[in-house]
Design a binder for this molecule. Sequence first.
Ligand SMILES: [Zn+2]
Length: 189
Amino acid sequence: MNLIPEVLEIEELRLPVILERGKRKTLTLQVTQELQLWIKAPIRMPEREIVRFINQRIFWIYKHAKRMQKDSELRVCRSDKEIYELREKARMVLTGRTEFFAGKLGVTYNKIRIGSQRTRWGSCSSKGTISYNWKLILMPEAVRDYVVVHELCHLLEMNHSPQFWKVVEEIIPNYKEYRRWLKENGSRY
Ligand SMILES: [Zn+2]
């Protein structure tokens, strides 16, 4: 009797199941980029035990599969035209937000540049030029706003001193959450 499903259905997800048995002592589950559930099991482990293991980790599997799904959406190959359009959208949205927060902070900036620096989401030069990565347009709005406020605050404090963070916090009280989000998720973009 075959207890292990060929396709594991969790909510709206359908994950093809691949069972690989081998000389190993433990059971491991992996959700692959192709959204398959890959099970590596000891040769003689009974199927009901494997099924129990899957059931105990159903939430974990779902969470990982959703994350993989989101990642593959982010990794899509974009045409030059699509990138151009996203950059223009980023320019428009980020300019609007920068003007808004500059007013709140009472600072004036020189100009805005939209770039694609891989490692940074924003920067602010001493001449008041603020640069943003166009990929910010793909991120949650709150995270984007945090980056905007961060860069504008550099017009007041050209460093990351406690005083700098105090000003950021006045505008974005839970900025730490967005900083963490960027650290954890930024590389996926
Ligand atoms: Zn900074």
